[in-house]
Design a protein around this ligand. Structure first.
Ligand code: SF4
Length: 122
């Protein structure tokens, strides 16, 4: 199978052409072209074989002058877990004081990734 995808690693936005095979649900890269540097190969390979995503969102907070606290994951998670992780995040209720970097939820769904406060609300 052959697809095209823009490389989002740098502003050059190279248009990558990626050929891969799929067997028993496992994808394997055959070739990558259109890249100006090797980071494009790494990006295409990761995106096809095990795509990862970062989540930033907001959660409810009480006791602050604003109603929602911006939060971010400590690392990327597998793309297929986004919905389940967001469901876990939605369950959280926090109240002030919260400091930037505070861990609000630890090892979400066994991923080893934590949910962190993106700002302080005291
Ligand atoms: S392949 Fe290299 S030069 Fe092209 S967008 Fe990706 S990182 Fe940038």
């Amino acid at each position: 199978m052959k697809i095209e995808m823009p490389c989002i690693v740098c502003p050059n936005s190279c248009n990558l052409e990626v050929e891969y095979e799929e067997e028993n649900g496992q994808k394997k890269i055959v070739s990558v072209s259109g890249h100006l540097c090797d980071r494009g190969i790494t990006y295409a390979t990761d995106e096809i074989t095990h795509p990862m995503r970062m989540i930033t969102t907001t959660i409810k907070i009480t006791g602050a002058h604003i109603a929602r606290l911006p939060v971010i994951l400590s690392d990327e998670i597998p793309k297929e877990l986004i919905f389940n992780v967001l469901t876990e995040i939605k369950k959280i209720k926090v109240k002030t004081p919260v400091n930037e970097g505070d861990i609000l939820l630890e090892n979400i769904l066994g991923t080893g990734v934590n949910l962190l406060a993106s700002r302080s609300l005291l």
